[in-house]
Design a protein around this ligand. Structure first.
Ligand SMILES: Nc1ncnc2c1ncn2[C@@H]1O[C@H](COP(=O)(O)OP(=O)(O)OP(=O)(O)O)[C@@H](O)[C@H]1O
Ligand SMILES: [Mg+2]
Length: 146
């Protein structure tokens, strides 16, 4: 079956922790017409929060001038793709960063589980990053076929 794009939306916001809730509300609103279960919705909100938090605390290291872009696409075969991107510091070793319990921030009691959670809750996780340029995290979930 050929996959066609049914619907898409993009939002861009400041890398401030107060904006984390905005990303959850944006996702919630986008998937509302799809009638997901409470559990499916909770999973989507969790992964988007993890990705956005990473931009705020790692990519921009709390620099409030940083910008985060969140894009969501829904396809005819039930695929939901969410992309979170920043123009922050980038990740030196993506493979290592994705390992459970790896963190560069022990100081703030982080446990290094963000990417592991995204990987577990979603069907596919792609992390593309360049040091000094930024990071793009793409997460895909197959929802019930449209
Ligand atoms: N957008 C990003 N920009 C720069 N570095 C990142 C970004 N996202 C993740 N990282 C790096 O990857 C590491 C692992 O991220 P991950 O989310 O798995 O754990 P964490 O954020 O350290 O801890 P937790 O998510 O459990 O609070 C981070 O410690 C950080 O070094
Ligand atoms: Mg994290």
């Amino acid at each position: 079956m050929k996959r066609t794009l049914l619907r898409s939306a993009t939002v861009s916001f400041d890398a401030k922790s107060e904006n984390e809730s905005l990303s959850r509300i944006f996702v919630t609103g986008f998937v509302l017409p799809l009638g997901l279960s409470a559990e499916q919705l909770a999973d989507l909100k969790t992964v988007v929060s993890e990705a956005v938090t990473n931009c705020i605390v790692h990519a921009y290291r709390s620099d409030p001038d940083g910008r985060i872009r969140l894009s969501i696409k829904y396809y005819s075969d039930g695929l939901l793709r969410m992309t979170v991107s920043d123009r922050g510091c980038g990740i030196e070793d993506v493979k290592q960063a994705r390992e459970p319990f790896f963190t560069t921030d022990r100081e703030h009691e982080r446990c290094g589980m963000g990417f592991a959670i995204m990987e577990t809750f979603m069907n596919r996780l792609q992390v593309v990053s360049e040091v000094g340029k930024g990071t793009r995290v793409t997460m895909e979930k197959r929802l019930n076929a449209a």
